[in-house]
Structure formats: structure tokens, C-alpha cells
Design a protein around this ligand. Structure first.
Ligand SMILES: [Zn+2]
Length: 370
């Protein structure tokens, strides 16, 4: 064989290999750098401690999706100014890597604005989405787009969506956008900025044909979304919808945060059935995310919680499906909470660490330098 023949054969070989299907291509890029991922899905069970998970597990007829994870760790949830955190400080730790005071979203303990993961991924050209079963301007989602010293100022927080570019938003609290003290209509302003805006009042989520070029905003309630007990069933659907939307909206990759907000509310109400139903709904969400990540091969899925709520326990005399439960408080506790990870860099989530390390590990997985 002369040099030219070898060269021709080699080019042919390269050409054939470049034509492999997308799944193999993504495997190839994943094997190049096993610790980075194209997509991260962060699933937050607000108020979900080990007992909440245990209750869901014993109440369920089938094995939970949570039991599919192999890489499991624990994180310390304390806030800057209190051992017992609230959701604002907890979510700010995940979103910005900064411990802050209870009640503060997206700022550090000195009330200096802290750059969040969505601001970082947007700079890298990726897409970002936020989904919740509370209001969009509620503490947990708010910490991922807003910078405000008072979580209760939800109308001000909603208006900050005009300055942070979140590609997809699904949740309640339409009133914070459209029935405001200042008479502004933030939904209209967002529509003018290129958002396709829809609401439960006119269309259910599964009936919407998204315009993939635009950003997407969908309201699931005027104020608070229903509980599962009252018939809410949108969170698993919204999760699949969001993954599909973000992939078609931007092929570079995405960050998606989905919050099951009401496990926490079951804890505040000291209502074990409320906790269990929300927990089982959240587990369906986890299943959707894991199925996608397994097929995709380039997605990291993280499941964790901002804190435990209720000091919930399953006591002596309980049987599967019938629990004798106890609560030590109607507020949050300082217990460590579990972290489950699947996908590229999952091993780094094993061990015991601070809630702020979740941010650092996500940034590392995206390959973003701070
Ligand atoms: Zn709470």
C-alpha cells in the first residue's frame, strides 16, 4: 500500500465513524471527559428528610425510583445565621454556593448579590428551566433567578425575571405577575421580551404546542397550586415537557431545577398522608428524569432537599401502609438530608459535605470555572 492508499483508507474510516448515530456520539464525548455532563437536572424535594423518603417507600406498592441510585451522600443544611435553615437560604446555597441568612434569596450573608448557576450557564450558551409546585416567585425557584433580601417580596422577585433570562418557567403565582400593587403586568412584559405565556385558566399544559424558539412561561395556579390530594398531577408531566422543550430550544445543553414544593407543606401541617402523597408524586418525577438520563448518557441527575420539615418519624406499632407517626415541630429541623446522584460525576456526590458544595459540584460537572 502506498501512502495515498493508506491516507484514503484512513479518511474513509474517519468518515464512517463520524456518521454514527447521536447516541454513540454522546457516549463518545462522555467517555472523553467522564466528569462533565451536557445537562444537569436538579430535583429538590422541599422538606424531604430520610423519614419522608422512608414513609413513601413503605407506603408504595412498588420499588421507588429513588432506589435506582447508587451514589448517595449527605449534606449539612445549616444557614449562615441559624442552624435550622429556611428554603430561601437552602436554595441560595444550591444556586450560588453561598451560605446566607434565612429569608434571603440569591444574596450572601452580607446582602451582596451572588451570581447564580443560571447566570453562569447562560454565559456558557446553555438553556435553563425552573419548575415548582409552589409559586414561581417562591423561595426555592426564586433563589435561582432573583437577588433579594426578603423572600416575602414576591412581586418584586417576579419582576426580576425581566433581567435574568430563564428559558422555561412552570409554576403557580400568576397573581405576582398580573395582579400587582404597582399595576404592572409582568407576563405582558415577558411576552414582549420573547416569552410564550400560557396559563391553567386557558389551557392545560399537555394541550400546549410550544414554540421552541421562544422562551416559555406557564402558570399552574393564580396563587398556590393544589396538593396531590386535591388533584394536582402536573409535576411529572411538566418534568418531561421541560426536558423535551429545553433540548429542542437549545442543543448546547441545559440546567433544569424541578421542585416538589409541598412535601414541606405536609410537614408544616404535621400531616403524614400529605407528605406521603407528595413524596410518591415526586418519585414519579425522579423516574422521568432518570429514564431520560439513562437514554441520554450525558445528563447528571441530582435529587436532594433543602431541609427536613416536621421532625417527622415513623414509630413503633407501624406496619407497611399504616404508620404511627410523630412530629417534633411544625417548622424545619437541622437534620442532614440525603443527596442522590446519577450520571457523569455522580461519585463526587458521595460522602458528607455542605449544601453549598452542591453548587460547586454542579459547576465542576458543567466544566464552568468560577
Ligand atoms: Zn418550609
Amino acid at each position: 500500500m502506498n501512502r495515498l492508499t493508506i491516507y484514503t483508507l484512513f479518511s474513509l474510516f474517519l468518515f464512517t465513524n463520524c456518521n454514527e448515530n447521536a447516541a454513540e456520539k454522546s457516549l463518545f464525548s462522555a467517555s472523553k471527559s467522564p466528569n462533565t455532563a451536557q445537562n444537569i437536572i436538579l430535583l429538590i424535594g422541599d422538606g424531604m428528610g430520610i423519614s419522608q423518603i422512608t414513609a413513601g417507600m413503605y407506603a408504595s406498592d412498588s420499588i421507588l425510583n429513588l432506589e435506582r441510585f447508587k451514589s448517595i451522600g449527605l449534606q449539612k443544611t445549616d444557614a449562615a445565621n441559624h442552624l435550622v435553615t429556611d428554603s430561601a437560604a437552602g436554595a441560595t446555597a444550591f444556586a450560588t454556593g453561598k451560605k446566607t441568612n434565612n429569608g434571603v434569596v440569591g444574596m450572601d450573608a452580607q446582602l451582596k448579590s451572588a451570581k447564580n448557576i443560571i447566570e453562569y450557564v447562560k454565559e456558557k450558551g446553555l438553556a435553563a428551566g425552573l419548575v415548582a409546585t409552589s409559586q414561581i416567585a417562591h423561595a426555592t425557584p426564586a433563589a435561582f433567578f432573583a437577588h433579594h433580601p426578603k423572600r416575602a417580596k414576591m412581586e418584586n422577585i417576579a419582576a426580576q425575571l425581566l433581567t435574568t433570562d430563564v428559558d422555561l418557567l412552570i409554576g403557580g403565582g400568576q397573581n405576582h405577575f398580573e395582579a400587582r400593587k404597582d399595576n404592572r403586568n409582568i407576563s405582558k412584559e415577558l411576552a414582549q421580551k420573547g416569552y410564550q405565556v400560557n396559563s391553567f385558566m386557558t389551557k392545560s399544559l399537555d394541550k400546549i404546542e410550544p414554540n421552541y424558539k421562544d422562551n416559555f412561561l406557564y402558570f399552574t395556579a393564580a396563587s398556590l397550586p393544589l396538593s396531590v390530594e386535591q388533584g394536582r398531577d402536573y409535576l411529572p408531566l411538566a418534568t418531561s415537557f421541560s426536558i423535551d422543550f429545553l433540548k429542542k430550544h437549545n442543543s448546547n445543553g441545559f440546567f433544569l431545577m424541578v421542585e416538589s414544593s409541598q412535601i414541606d407543606w405536609g410537614g408544616h401541617n404535621n400531616n403524614s398522608d400529605y407528605i406521603i402523597q407528595e413524596m410518591l408524586d415526586f418519585d414519579k418525577v425522579i423516574g422521568r428524569a432518570l429514564d431520560f438520563a439513562e437514554a441520554d448518557g450525558n445528563t447528571l441527575v441530582i435529587v436532594t432537599s433543602d431541609h427536613e420539615t416536621g421532625g417527622y418519624s415513623i414509630n413503633y406499632g407501624s406496619s407497611r401502609k399504616k404508620f404511627k407517626t410523630g412530629f417534633t415541630t411544625d417548622y424545619h429541623t437541622a437534620q442532614m438530608v440525603p443527596v442522590f446522584a446519577y450520571g457523569p460525576n455522580e461519585e463526587s456526590f458521595m460522602g458528607i459535605y455542605d449544601n453549598t458544595d452542591i453548587f460547586k459540584k454542579m459547576m465542576e460537572t458543567f466544566g464552568i470555572e468560577k
